[in-house]
Design a protein around this ligand. Structure first.
Ligand code: CO
Length: 132
């Protein structure tokens, strides 16, 4: 059911410093920061040959990642995103198997339908499914 690894998201306390680290120290291609107010985050994308790294920083006081950063002040890995062809079919299959999602299918930071899956049901890792 799951396809390619679309991205790995890392929450960072300082987006400028993190972007510089990936660009200058690690020599990667890094995007400009982009505010995504409807998700309460500012993102920088690091383009790798086989996937992307999504650097995330809270935007506004309702940010869903503010608590994560409070618990992990140095930053940390936040979620993995796997591609699926049909997100409704994926959601139905997961529900049938007893796995829990966090909320319903919604439009993600890239304008595509996404669904987040409960970390307790997936080896302690928050998983995002994105329809491609
Ligand atoms: Co993501």
């Amino acid at each position: 059911m799951i396809g390619k690894l679309n991205h790995i998201a890392i929450v960072v306390p300082d987006l400028t410093a993190a972007a510089a680290l990936y660009r200058d120290t690690l020599g990667a291609q890094v995007s400009n920061p982009r505010d995504v107010p409807e998700h309460g985050v500012t993102t920088v994308f690091v383009e790798l040959p086989n996937t992307k790294i999504e650097l995330l920083h809270p935007l506004g006081d309702q940010s869903p990642i503010a608590k994560f950063l409070a618990k992990n002040p140095a930053g940390g890995m936040h979620h993995l995103c796997y591609e699926v062809e049909d997100i409704k079919a994926a959601a139905a299959r997961l529900t049938a198997s007893g796995a829990r999602s966090l909320g319903d299918i919604k439009t993600g930071a890239h304008g595509k339908p996404v669904l987040f899956l409960h970390p307790k049901d997936f080896c302690g890792t928050l998983i995002e499914l994105e329809e491609v």
